[in-house]
Design a protein around this ligand. Structure first.
Ligand SMILES: [Fe+2]
Ligand SMILES: [Fe+2]
Length: 171
């Protein structure tokens, strides 16, 4: 659906990274990255015995990452791959990184925060995601930008797909 109204200055100011005009898939995915980075930072600040908060925050991280990764795999990555060039190798690598992250996510969701290795698994997940995000933002997104994809249509499709994914899908 297309709105005829222009974005209000207030809305634009709230999203410093958002650009005026139609939604942009790269801006949306980058905002997701920032959000998850912030959640990992919050986790780091929790006290050793804050088990309920740890589990709650870990679940939120796992859910956000699952939504994001699935939407990338099903919508964004195929569009970048189809643009050709050496994109296929980058997308293959990113897909393998997703599989690795999803395996850790499933393990974390099945654990209690008091379990041995719970913190370690969340930490390793954050490191893997940091590396992966670096490659997306450093390599894949610039190539997608150059490929002149329909980033507005992709943004709508990604947002819609993310809505459909729940915590049960992350196991
Ligand atoms: Fe991503
Ligand atoms: Fe990704």
């Amino acid at each position: 659906m297309r709105s005829t109204s222009t974005p209000s200055p207030d809305k634009a100011a709230k999203h410093a990274t958002a650009q005026p005009g139609p939604p942009d898939a790269i801006a949306l995915l980058t905002a997701d990255h920032e959000h998850v980075k912030d959640l990992f930072a919050q986790y780091d600040k929790l006290g050793e015995r804050a088990l309920v908060s740890k589990k709650k925050l870990a679940n939120e991280i796992c859910l956000e990452l699952s939504k994001h990764a699935t939407a990338e795999e099903e919508i964004f990555y195929p569009a970048v791959r189809a643009a050709g060039g050496d994109n296929a190798d980058l997308i293959d690598e990113a897909t393998v990184e997703h599989a690795s992250a999803k395996s850790l996510i499933a393990q974390i969701l099945d654990m209690d925060a008091s379990d041995a290795l719970f913190d370690a698994k969340v930490k390793v997940l954050s490191e893997q995601i940091e590396h992966h995000v670096g490659e997306e933002e450093g390599d894949i997104f610039p190539k997608a930008r150059k490929a002149k994809l329909d980033l507005a249509a992709l943004a709508e499709a990604i947002a819609a797909r993310k809505e459909q994914i729940g915590i049960a899908d992350a196991h």
